[in-house]
Design a protein around this ligand. Structure first.
Ligand code: GTP
Ligand code: MG
Length: 280
């Protein structure tokens, strides 16, 4: 762990050090960059068809990108697989990956690889399937990618964020983020734990698979993966997002396990910094 390698634009600086590189103006072969929205699912039959429709409807607002959606399903038993399979047959921008095992980490990680290896993704967008995140925020993520950022982090804790959360969830999220910021020493990130982000293929491929807890069944993948992206020297910034409580389907979050994993990861990261102060 080398916290000095972490390079996050302070959202209050209003993009004063926007990188020179510009994206979204076409690939060398003339095609528009392909942005694949990867959504992990387990038993999301109530929301998945609507989510796919609303995500793909954003294409009109991002004419410089070729927008696709990939559902990375943990072999749902409620019909999610069948719903997405049917939609994928008739819409060439809708894709399904049956991950065949449980875990949001394995779902997202295999989904990202599939999007790059099989769908030609240049940019990846991570979003929950239950409408807690608003797909209408997608153009703002892609605008910052166009501006040259490698990682764009959706945050519930910056100006203009629109959130409503139960007191328990708010306490859990604020506590987890405070702990990670303090222990890992990352400045400029207010939200490690929400799963709404965009990043480039190039930065994703820099992350070593061994450094990410993608095999663990808990939600710890979400914050750990962001820390690893930032450690690769990614140029990152946060943007405000909308987040509301789940209104369809049921929650898969196991709270005790998540709290335990956040504490364990934060302490381990701190110890790595103390024992290896000059980094790797
Ligand atoms: N592939 C896959 N996706 C999963 C798995 N568990 C959860 N997900 C998806 O991960 C996303 C986040 O899960 P949620 O249950 O909404 O977790 P949460 O948002 O923290 O909890 P709530 O606020 O109660 O909804 C959703 O799109 C889920 O369908 C899994 O085992 N495999
Ligand atoms: Mg949810």
């Amino acid at each position: 762990m080398d916290s000095n390698n972490i390079n996050v634009e302070d959202h209050d600086q209003g993009g004063s050090s926007v990188p020179d590189q510009r994206r979204g103006t076409g690939n060398p072969d003339g095609r528009r960059p392909r942005a694949v929205v990867v959504t992990p699912t387990y038993d999301e039959k109530e929301s998945i068809a609507d989510l796919i429709a609303v995500v793909l409807a954003e294409q009109k607002n991002v004419p410089n990108f070729d927008l696709h959606i990939l559902v990375a399903d943990g072999h749902s038993r409620d019909g999610t697989l069948e719903i997405v399979g049917k939609l994928a047959e008739t819409n060439s921008n809708t894709h399904l990956l049956d991950v065949e095992e449980r875990g949001i980490g394995v779902g997202l990680y295999k989904g990202f690889h599939h999007a790059i290896d099989c769908l030609g993704a240049d940019i990846l967008i991570e979003i929950d399937a239950d409408f807690q995140h608003n797909p209408e925020d997608i153009p703002r993520f892609l605008k910052e990618i166009s501006n040259g950022y490698d990682v764009v982090i959706g945050s519930r804790f910056v100006a203009d964020s629109d959130i409503s959360m139960s007191f328990f969830r708010l306490t859990l999220s604020v506590g987890a983020n405070q702990m990670m910021r303090m222990m890992i020493g990352v400045k400029g990130v207010t939200d490690f734990t929400t799963s709404y982000r965009a990043f480039t293929k190039e930065v994703f491929l820099k992350v070593s698979p061994e450094s990410v807890t993608w095999q663990e069944k808990s939600f710890i993948f979400v914050p750990v993966f962001l820390v690893r992206l930032l450690e690769c020297g990614a140029h990152a910034r946060e943007i405000s997002v909308t987040e509301h409580p789940r209104s369809r389907g049921y929650s898969k979050m196991i709270y005790w396990r998540y709290i335990y994993d956040i504490i364990r990861f934060s302490i381990k990261s701190r110890l790595d910094i103390i024992l290896k102060p000059d980094g790797p």
